[in-house]
Write a new protein. Sequence first.
Lengths: 216, 113
Amino acid sequence: MSIITIERKVLEKNDELAAQIREKFKRNNIFVINVVSSPGSGKTSLLERTIEELKGKINIAVIEGDVQTDFDAKRVERYDVPVVQIVTNGGCHLEAKLVKDALENIELGKIHFLVIENVGNLVCPAGYDLGEDMKVVLLSTTEGDDKPLKYPKMFINSSILIINKIDLLPYVDCNINNLKNNALSINPKLKIFETSCTTGDGIENWCKWILGKIKK
Amino acid sequence: MHELSVAQNIIEIVKENVPEKDLGKVKTIFLEVGEFSGIISESLQYCFDVIKTDTLLEGSKMEIKKIPFVLLCNECKSETSNNMGIRYCEKCGSNNTKIISGTDMQIINVELE
């Protein structure tokens, strides 16, 4: 009987690819976010409002991830920014390999800010590094203020929480202070923004923060 | 999560570390799976048993050690554990804590006959 020592993380292949991608982003001085949320929280709407606010100030590129369709890429295309749609055909999250392949279709040299919009899923994307600077988790007021406690891994692994659809607070059973406290109990370092893509509230503040992160 | 693709990853890593001539002798694959790694050990076991069929690893089994979610408190220096992923130290209540285990998934070693 013999033992072969391995001591390797199961997701190391993804982590290695993600590290290569991160190096590429670093060489090109690009600020990169990996936007995650349940389906329908408002990721694409937030992206549209963000592009509207920042276009002309910085160069933005987008990688869209969906199980099926290119609906989201088509929405972003209307703003005349470079966008690549990844269709996973059943895959519940993006992985570094898919992002690496997508990047071959983006001219990174002139880009300041890259948004990777992940597949709508509050579970699986939490575990996959895509080479981003940080994960931004979106949670809308219609989803319930207990979600950070029910999906802790996503909130542990994110640096930013954007509470979206704040215009609907008067109509839904969501206590925004409970939501924030629950999120901070999982990750005390979370920076929190509040937005409404319908009214535009909070968008300027969010975009001002992004501009502060731009590296070139 | 998607334990099937994780089981496939594990088989690939085993194949990279064990010479092909010895793959048939693999008896046990030892894993450590963190409580907050996103993986359900029982599902992983099931998926592994399905995909190892008709391969050189058919005779092998997985042994999984579950690793708890443990915090180190930067204030009182205690190590505490909870099953909710909450960052408050159970001893002193501070949220100035560091996660020291429970979020990873590792292949530790492989036992051959």
